[in-house]
Design a protein around this ligand. Structure first.
Ligand SMILES: Nc1ncnc2c1ncn2[C@@H]1O[C@H](COP(=O)(O)OP(=O)(O)O)[C@@H](O)[C@H]1O
Ligand SMILES: [Mg+2]
Length: 155
C-alpha cells in the first residue's frame, strides 16, 4: 500500500495484521496520527503497529493516562521506544503543555502513535503519517493512508 491508498480491513485481526506490516515502514522519529470515531479501531491498529515494532507488553487504550510508553525491538535487534497517546479526554489543547507534548511530536529516536490528534487543535507535528479509519458498508473498516510534510530522516 502506498500513500493515498485506501485499504479494506474486514475485521480486528486484519486490523492488527495491517498495523504489523505498516510498522515495517516506520523509521525513528516518525509520528503516526490515527483518525477515526470512537470504536473505529484506532487502538486495535496501534496494537498491531506495536506488535510489528516488537513491543511485548500489552498496548491498551491509554485513555486515562493519555500517554503510555513501551519498548520494542528494531530490525537490528536494538531497542526502540514507542509512545502511544490517546487525546480523547483532553478538554483543552493547552493541557498538552503540561504533558511535554512537544517531545511526542518530534520523538527523536522513538516513534509516536497518537489517537484523537484532532483534540490537539492546530498542534501538529511537522511531518506525519495519517491513517484515517472509517466504517465500511460491511462490519469492517477502511483505512486511508497518507503522508504529510516530507520524508523521515531515519535517525
Ligand atoms: N477492521 C475492523 N473491522 C471490524 N471491527 C474492528 C476492526 N478493527 C477493530 N475492530 C473492533 O472495533 C472495536 C473498537 O476498536 P478500538 O480499537 O477499541 O477502537 P478505537 O480505539 O478507535 O475506539 C473493537 O471491538 C475491535 O475489535
Ligand atoms: Mg482507542
Amino acid at each position: 500500500m502506498t500513500p493515498g491508498d485506501t485499504v479494506e480491513v474486514p475485521d480486528a485481526a486484519a486490523m492488527r495484521a495491517f498495523g504489523q506490516s505498516f510498522a515495517d515502514r516506520l523509521r525513528r522519529g516518525d509520528v503516526v496520527l490515527l483518525h477515526g470515531d470512537l470504536g473505529a479501531g484506532k487502538t486495535t491498529l496501534a496494537q498491531g503497529i506495536a506488535e510489528g515494532l516488537g513491543v511485548r507488553d500489552p498496548v491498551q487504550s491509554p485513555t486515562f493516562s493519555i500517554i503510555a510508553e513501551h519498548d520494542g525491538v528494531d530490525s537490528g535487534g536494538g531497542s526502540i521506544r514507542l509512545f502511544h497517546l490517546d487525546l480523547y479526554r483532553l478538554i483543552d489543547p493547552l493541557e498538552l503543555e503540561g504533558l511535554g507534548y512537544e517531545q511526542y511530536l518530534d520523538p527523536g529516536d522513538a516513534i509516536s502513535i497518537i489517537e484523537w490528534p484532532e483534540r490537539a487543535g492546530d498542534w501538529l507535528p511537522d511531518r506525519f503519517w495519517l491513517l484515517k479509519i472509517t466504517h465500511a458498508p460491511s462490519d469492517g473498516r477502511r483505512i486511508n493512508l497518507s503522508r504529510h510534510g516530507g520524508a523521515a530522516t531515519g535517525r
